[in-house]
Design a protein around this ligand. Structure first.
Ligand code: 3HC
Ligand code: NAI
Length: 694
């Protein structure tokens, strides 16, 4: 039973009991209506308390029911709230921990609300691409005023209950025993004569509602570009202000039904569940005991090591930072300090907090200082020989049970594990640059990595606010293995007739934060060159365009050399199309006898994105990723894939795998078609009319 019903001396207590967050699924909704009716029919009951068991009052509508028949089956949330609101006996919502979305809307339907301090109060629907669909856009402005409500609805951000103590939302915010306070409050109001107050009957007072709404609309339009929900939130609030509660409610419902079916909402919900699903590893039970991580060490204080260290100290975990030379150590520390100083300048960190954080770092040149570390993350040069030396040394000094992690981006984690006598304790922790900023962490699972090591790293990732995704061992892991195919297509298209600016523009219009050529100029074209040189030896049969090598031979490594695929002016990161490069591209096409032709934006987007999808499908087939949503999380959090499209695999589902397959077969039959080897699973799923996500 998703709802408990108890009576306490004239008061009925209806307790939502649907773990983990008392989502308002069908059985919970039915339970509430049943409880209210039971209380009405019991003459001994004078008042009703509505509350939640466990760690929430309610986290809102059950998102897993969206777009299923259960979502619209009676009693709907609207019916539940109407039942609560029209109860002749007063209903008191007793709110603790979390009242979000439909949960807050339910509470707004009660006659009275009391809350414990520290409860998170929010209408976060907009983050799922929808709007509050059970009266939130109508009742919240009546409860707390137009401006405060619009802010909460459009941002979706939680507000702590104590901050709303004087807002008109709560009748009381009580310290101590909420259940006892709720019962006492219910007895008091139960003794009073009805009718009891309804939020819907309150007025929205504002000196210039129309002006404020217009201001809000302008501000939101500028930032919500590809997301329809925020503007709809404003429309719905406006409808209530202009036309009254009932018309506003009807309009809100209409908007909700339309928004829940949009691809943007599907993408946002996919990302919500994808993030949570990523932390679950199929063969590692959720209750696997984890190792205690109190002290971390980082080896190498370069670009990555410094950023990695910052993640831990930001979470209050002390870090020992090891380098080979004093100068390198000092340089690393200075960079970390500089980063914090920039944060202080932006007002996001107090100056004293800077010193507290710096004090959590113990710099050292000696491996002896790593003896107490529970986790050691290696971020030294990307050479197997150097990793060999470091891991052998770590094996000597690290305490038993310490986790030994490598931040390698291209090397074989199993080989690195084999440098030690404890391969079960070795794992890849592949951070992305800048490591203190980027959300993504690929956790690379070696052949022998122990399950509790994985469980520990996944838990730690949450603590340092990363989105961790497990990848098996393969060249490039999930993200870089896929991006290689994307870059390959980008380069072939230059040979075939496109120019860098055209490719970048097309994919940026699709929604990528940055196209492949601007990205490459930023990262440094020499990095890809070094990787390709290795590839030519390892995979002599693999067909690459050599056009990027030609650019590097011209010394055009990107922004850092003042020119790459584009020209750059000193002190200016704007990418200006480069006539020299365009000439080089034309000449290169001639040399390779490529027939230059006009390549349309649609082809550019398809070739780039389907290259990701095709490789992603192979990654799934090989078990390198355990689910399609993991791949999407990698691309959403590490590669600038547009959130409103939900990641490459969800996008492929949206396009339809039948269409993806046809396009890949078409490109495979054209020049440079040998780069397309259709993934078996795409054809299989397409034949069954299915997608990667079911
Ligand atoms: N429906 C279904 N499942 C939900 C859920 C919801 N509304 N909210 C959370 N869950 C699930 C999560 O998927 C997760 O499941 P798992 O354990 O199987 O992975 C579990 O509950 C715990 O979630 P978290 O890991 O996020 O737990 P936290 O304690 O960190 O956070 C929370 C709890 C603050 C409630 C957070 O889960 C959250 O922000 N949830 C989303 C809240 C939301 O968006 N509500 C609005 C829903 S839409 C709505 O109400 C429409 C209405 O207007 C008609
Ligand atoms: P870097 O060259 O900036 O830093 C490496 C640091 O390691 C230098 O400060 C060097 O002095 C130090 N070092 C070298 N040998 C050492 C040893 N034996 N003991 C202690 N310190 C030693 O390199 P970067 O970019 O930080 O890369 C480090 C690792 O992170 C590499 O494995 C790389 O592949 C990986 N990586 C790099 C990313 C990037 O964007 N730069 C992204 C993800 C992973």
């Amino acid at each position: 039973m998703a709802v408990d019903y108890t009576t306490h001396d004239g008061v009925a207590v209806i307790t939502l009991n649907n773990p983990p967050v008392n989502g308002l699924g069908l059985s919970t909704r039915a339970g509430i209506v049943e409880g209210i009716e039971r209380a009405q029919n019991d003459p001994a009951i004078k008042a009703i308390v509505l509350t939640g068991a466990g760690k929430a009052f309610s986290g809102g509508a059950d998102i897993t029911e969206f777009n299923t028949p259960k979502a619209t089956q009676e009693p709907t949330l609207a019916t539940v709230i109407k039942t609560v609101e029209s109860s002749a006996k007063p209903v008191v919502a007793a709110i603790h921990s979390v009242a979000m979305g439909g949960g807050l809307e339910l509470a707004l339907g009660a006659h009275y609300r009391i809350a414990a301090p520290g409860a998170q109060i929010a209408l976060p629907e907009v983050k799922l691409g929808i709007l509050p669909g059970a009266g939130g856009t109508q009742r919240l402005p009546r409860a707390i005023g137009l401006e405060a409500a619009l802010n909460m609805i459009v941002s979706g951000a939680p507000v702590p209950s104590e901050k709303l103590a004087d807002s008109g939302l709560f009748d009381a915010v009580v310290d101590g025993d909420l259940a006892a306070a709720a019962l006492a409050f219910a007895r008091k109001v139960g003794a009073q004569q009805g009718p009891h107050p309804k939020v819907r009957d309150r007025k929205i007072e504002h000196p210039n509602a129309a002006g404020f709404i217009q201001f809000a609309r302008n501000s939101v339009a500028a930032i919500a570009k590809n997301f329809p929900a925020p503007l709809k939130c404003i429309d719905a609030v406006e409808a209530g202000v202009q036309n009254g509660f009932d018309k506003g409610l009807a309009f809100e419902r209409e908007c909700f039904i339309a928004l829940v079916q949009t691809p943007e909402s599907r993408a946002l919900r996919h990302a919500f569940f994808g993030e949570r699903a990523a932390s679950k590893i199929p063969d590692v039970p959720g209750d696997t005991p984890v190792r205690d991580i109190k002290q971390v060490a980082v080896i190498g204080a370069g670009t990555m090591g410094g950023g990695i260290a910052m993640n831990f100290i930001n979470a209050g975990i002390p870090v020992t930072l090891l380098e080979t030379k004093q100068e390198a150590l000092e340089r690393g520390l200075a960079t970390i300090r500089k980063n914090y100083e920039a944060t202080v300048r932006k007002g996001k960190l107090k100056p004293e907090a800077l010193e507290e954080r710096m004090a959590l770092i113990t710099p050292t040149l000696s491996y002896d200082d790593l003896k107490n570390a529970d986790l050691i993350v290696e971020a030294v040069f990307e050479e197997l020989g150097v990793k060999d030396q470091v891991f052998r040394r770590l094996d000597e000094v690290a305490k038993p049970g310490a986790i030994l992690a490598s931040n390698t981006s291209t090397l074989d984690v199993d080989k690195i594990a084999a440098f030690t006598k404890r391969p079960q304790d070795v794992v890849g922790m592949h951070f992305f640059s800048p490591a203190n900023v980027m959300k993504l962490l690929e956790v690379v699972r070696g052949k022998e990595t122990a399950k509790d090591v994985l469980a520990t790293v996944m838990k730690l990732a949450k603590k340092i606010k990363k989105t961790a995704v497990v990848s098996g061992v393969c060249d490039g892991f999930i993200g870089n293995r896929m991006i290689e195919q994307y870059i390959r297509q980008a380069l072939f298209m230059l040979e075939e007739g496109a120019l860098p600016a055209q490719v970048d523009k097309a994919i940026e219009k699709f929604g990528f934060a940055m196209g492949p050529f601007r990205m490459s100029d930023l990262a440094g074209n020499d990095i890809g060159w070094a990787i390709r040189k290795r590839r030519y030896q390892e995979h002599p049969d693999m067909h690459y365009s050599k056009i990027a090598d030609r650019l590097c031979e011209m010394g055009r490594f990107g922004q850092k050399t003042g020119g790459g695929w584009y020209d750059y002016k000193a002190g200016d990161r704007t990418a200006y199309p480069s006539p020299v490069v365009d000439d080089m591209i034309g000449a290169f096409s001639k040399e390779t006898n490529a027939q230059r032709r006009k390549i349309g934006d649609e082809e550019i987007v398809e070739r780039l994105v389907f290259a990701l999808v095709n490789e992603g499908a192979k990654i799934l087939e090989e078990g390198i990723a355990s689910k399609a949503s993991d791949i999407d999380m990698v691309y959403l959090t590490g590669y600038g894939f547009p959130l409103y499209r939900g990641g490459p695999m969800l996008y492929a589902d949206t396009v339809g795998l039948y269409n993806v397959e046809r396009a890949i077969r078409r490109y495979a039959s054209r020049p440079n078609g040998d780069a397309w080897r259709l993934a078996r699973s795409i054809a299989e799923l397409a034949a069954q009319g299915r997608g990667f996500n079911g």
